[in-house]
Design a protein around this ligand. Structure first.
Ligand SMILES: [Zn+2]
Length: 428
């Protein structure tokens, strides 16, 4: 029996794959499975319920009761993973005002179309690195329970920064509300306070910790690059997070702040704009992953060409930081730093995540490596490679397809034509 559900999105068709005794057979013209070095052609993926049960050479004929999904003209890949998104907002000319006017309920409703667009773009798993009011934790639960459609979310909840720093949500509120306001709670100062901030997030139910180790572009603060935590504070954050089994993602643009974060043992550097050769060597030695977010750099730089788009305090930072990231990524890839795909979407429109592939390949990364950085590499990092990150028997059926061959033209990744998450078809 096939189950249909209506949703708001016209392209969204929900079909539960497989029922007792019958399977769903996906005929893949070309299969990039996430782990093999080369694609295979004319393959059948067998899906039963929410799992892949087998991957077979050739097109297996459907038996009575089987459902057949014909992707023989497409390239089939594992569900994509974006390791840096912000699903509870989307940057616009109104963002400064939104920061003051929008409450928890606004952010929650706003996020519903954002998660749908992300899923329909082929991203079945994302890491949300910073939200407002912990809305992404409720969002994750709503998706996990099947109340709304969206990608599987690993979330950091609210970011942690220092007073006046990139994550200080009260910066935009002027002198009348401080970062002590309990609705915000994104700030810690001193080692004890930072330990408490991590423990609060553990209590809130996060999957990961996000800190802002340097200034950033889109905050209402002067420096986009200055180091914003002491070594002592960083050590307190990292050791406490690791006690709870939480990895630490550090937003960082300036060299000193990146170095301090890497030395303190953070697990990933986000943006990494002004990282130098020494930092890249340190990251390789320590196994620190790099999430470049080239898309966000390009997007803020493009908007900053219009002098009226950003508030005056933001525009010079967008012009300084934005154009640097792709070059840094090219060097880091050459130097052998482990790269994970991440876009910072929310900065830039939701659903445009796959543009990042083009920027990565343009900067010298082979297409197959770029695809792995969005599939098996993040699955291993998140510790979920037993069930996600590749198309292999036993794994969850997160499967997408694109027209044409992404190894010949990486931009086909921007035209995902089929999306299955845990055996349920969302786009076809
Ligand atoms: Zn971000």
């Amino acid at each position: 029996m096939i189950r249909f559900r209506k949703t708001a999105a016209a392209t969204c068709l929900l079909l539960a794959a497989g029922t007792a005794g019958a399977a769903t057979l996906i005929h893949a013209g070309r299969l990039i499975d996430g782990v093999s070095d080369t694609p295979r052609v004319r393959m059948t993926i067998v899906v039963d319920g929410n799992r892949i049960t087998a991957v077979e050479a050739g097109f297996r004929a459907a038996a009575a009761g089987d459902e057949m999904i014909d992707l023989s003209a497409a390239t089939v890949l594992p569900g994509l993973m974006d390791m840096h998104v912000h699903l509870t907002g989307e940057q616009s000319r109104r963002s400064e005002l939104d920061a003051v006017k929008k409450g928890e309920a606004d952010r929650a409703y706003d996020s519903v179309p954002f998660v749908m667009r992300t899923l329909l773009a082929g991203f079945t798993t994302v890491r949300n690195l910073g939200d407002q009011f912990n809305v992404s934790i409720a969002l994750k639960h709503a998706i996990d329970d099947g109340r709304i459609a969206g990608p599987r979310i690993f979330t950091a909840g609210r970011s942690i920064g220092t007073t006046g720093g990139h994550a200080d949500a009260s910066n935009v509120w002027g002198p009348y509300l401080s970062s002590d306001d309990p609705r915000l709670h994104t700030v810690c100062n001193g080692a004890d306070s930072c330990r408490e901030a991590v423990r609060q997030r553990y209590k809130d139910g996060v999957d990961s910790i996000k800190i802002t180790a340097t200034g950033g572009v889109l905050s209402q603060a002067k420096s986009g690059t200055a180091a914003q935590f002491t070594a002592e504070e960083l050590a307190a954050i990292v050791s406490t997070a690791h006690d709870y089994g939480l990895k630490v993602a550090a937003h960082a643009h300036g060299t000193e702040g990146i170095k301090r974060a890497v030395r303190a043992g953070v697990d990933s550097i986000e943006h990494g704009t002004f990282m130098d050769d020494e930092t890249m060597r340190m990251m390789k030695d320590k196994g620190t992953h790099y999430v470049p977010t080239i898309s966000a750099g390009k997007w803020v730089y493009e908007q900053a060409q219009d002098p009226t788009y950003f508030p005056p305090i933001i525009r010079p930072k967008a012009l300084e930081v934005g154009p640097q990231i792709q070059g840094t990524f090219a060097k880091a890839w050459k130097a052998g730093v482990t790269i994970m795909f991440g876009t910072d979407t929310g900065v830039g429109p939701h659903g445009g995540n796959a543009r990042e592939f083009g920027f990565m390949v343009e900067a010298g990364m082979p297409a197959m490596a770029a695809i792995r950085s969005a599939t098996i590499v993040p699955a291993r990092y998140l510790g979920v490679d037993d069930r996600l990150g590749s198309i292999e028997g036993g794994k969850l059926a997160d499967i997408v397809a694109v027209p044409g061959d992404p190894l010949a033209d990486i931009h086909v990744m921007e035209h995902v034509s089929f999306v299955m998450k845990e055996g349920v078809v969302y786009r076809r």
